[in-house]
Design a protein around this ligand. Structure first.
Ligand code: PXL
Length: 273
């Protein structure tokens, strides 16, 4: 059997398995990639909402990263929930040491329930500490608005925001996800790279079960980049993956349930290398 590629997630937890580190590891697995995880925060949450957040001592994050990077290293890295500037700086150390490794940043600010997952002062630091090193950033519309300062309400404002990520902040690629747009029939994502803009459209499904979509989408991009796929191919697969995972949601929990991390694998196959 061929040795799998390795992807690492640095993120918070969801003990009910729908978001954060748990969603990332399932998604890596469903892409045929071996998953590693370093935890930033322990979040007591379920499909009904976030009950408690315990940010780990930043030194504990450094210790986990040190253990990981002192052994066989991942081919790609993803970050999700990062509660503080101190944690961002500790992650940046490893990103700078491995500039050739793809880095995907999901600039998580709020949970689907509306609970804040980042200290308010953290937000302004993402764009100087981590976003300039991103191979792909995956903001939703509210996150893109917070980062760029642009009010996004039409295609031209999406282009303006995308340009800020690429030309001013220095991200190599950014996907501005249309899931929060007012469009009720379809969900359109915009991928900006240094030279191009691509769009990916899938139908919008009538469901409340979308907990962990952002984590899952960015984890699939990371897994595909770990396999050596292009940014375009990675985002294309992630869009199809997330669409199927929402269409075939497992209906778990009494609130906003998780998506189905294994729908793509079952419907399309495990297209591992
Ligand atoms: O999808 C954003 C996100 C990231 N990380 C953790 C979360 C969530 C959303 O609920 O719980 C730990």
């Amino acid at each position: 059997m061929k040795k799998p590629k390795i992807a690492l997630t640095v993120a918070g937890t969801d003990p009910t398995g729908g978001a954060g580190v748990m969603a990332d590891l399932k998604s890596f697995h469903a892409c045929g990639v071996y998953g590693m995880a370093a935890i930033t925060s322990i979040v007591a949450q379920n499909t009904k909402g976030v009950q408690h957040i315990h940010n780990l001592d930043p030194e504990w994050l450094s210790e986990q990263l040190e253990s990981i990077y002192d052994d066989e290293q991942p081919q790609a890295l993803k970050t999700g929930m990062i509660a503080s500037k101190d944690m961002m700086e500790r992650i940046q150390v490893y990103i700078k040491q491995h500039p050739e490794k793809p880095y995907v940043i999901d600039p998580v600010m709020l949970a689907k329930s509306g609970d804040s997952l980042m200290e308010d002062v953290g937000k302004q630091h993402l764009q100087s500490i981590l976003l300039p090193y991103a191979t792909v950033a995956t903001p939703n519309i509210p996150e893109a608005e917070e980062i760029t300062g642009i009010k996004i309400n039409d295609e031209s404002s999406i282009y303006q925001a995308g340009n800020i990520f690429i030309k001013e902040i220095g991200s190599k690629g950014v996907v501005i996800k249309g899931g929060h747009s007012a469009d009720l029939t379809e969900s359109k994502d915009y991928l900006f790279t240094q030279d191009d803009v691509f769009t990916f459209t899938e139908p919008r499904f009538e469901t409340k079960h979308t907990h962990g979509t952002g984590c899952t989408f960015s984890a699939v991009i990371t897994a595909e980049l770990a396999k050596g796929k292009s940014i375009y191919d990675a985002v294309k697969k992630a869009k199809k993956f997330i669409s199927l995972s929402i269409e075939y949601t497992p209906e778990i929990g009494y609130g906003r349930g998780p998506v189905n991390h294994f729908a793509y694998m079952k419907k399309v196959g495990l297209d591992d290398e």
